[in-house]
Design a protein around this ligand. Structure first.
Ligand code: ADP
Length: 176
């Protein structure tokens, strides 16, 4: 099997609710204050219980493009990696670079904490308004680049809440 194919088999696409997944870590599409919010962030905090926000508030916030890690509390996942995606302002405020940073920094934390399986939602493409096609290309490129260099992370899942998002991932993952 070629190296390229080996990397592809470590990427999985799931349609569903990220809070239900039994993986080592789920990634939260967080905000800079690391407080609970709407969208996937609200769903993760409500499934994890109030201890999650308590720990988050000890971390001193998180810069856009960066990520911080906490325990998963009542979630099936042991860890939550809180990545702060950029708010879309039209594309000339380093949004691409900042979104790429979320994936890179989350994966670096995964490596550091010996996380073998990790699931990402589609960061920034909900309330933050990042165009989905553009975000999916960045997400897949960064995960593939990381997996080519790293062997400690075994599986990376992209979790889509809607069929529409799922189809965008299919398009980029399998039709290129
Ligand atoms: P952001 O503020 O970074 O845009 P959102 O939470 O608004 O974050 O949206 C990010 C993505 O997460 C969207 O594609 C949204 O459909 C998706 N999403 C919302 N709830 C869940 C969930 N429970 N599991 C997985 N994805 C979810």
């Amino acid at each position: 099997m070629s190296e390229k194919n080996e990397t592809s088999t470590r990427i999985e696409l799931i349609k569903g609710d990220i809070t239900q997944l039994s993986v080592d870590a789920i990634v939260n599409a967080a905000n800079e204050s690391l407080r609970t919010g709407g969208g996937v962030c609200g769903a993760i905090h409500s499934a994890a219980g109030p201890e999650l926000e308590k720990e988050c508030l000890t971390l001193g916030g998180c810069k856009t493009g960066d990520a911080k890690i906490t325990k998963g509390y009542k979630l099936p996942a042991k860890w939550v990696i809180h990545a702060v995606g950029p708010i879309w302002h039209g594309g000339d405020r380093r949004e691409d670079e900042l979104l790429a940073g979320c994936y890179r920094n989350s994966l670096k934390l995964a490596e550091k904490h010996n996380i073998k399986t990790i699931a990402f939602p589609s960061i920034s493409t909900g309330i933050y308004g990042f165009p989905i096609e553009r975000a999916v290309k960045i997400a897949i490129r960064e995960v593939k680049n990381f997996l080519e260099e790293n062997t400690s992370v075994e599986k990376v899942a992209f979790v889509c809440f809607s069929k529409r998002d799922y189809n965008h991932y299919i398009e980029v993952l399998y039709n290129n």
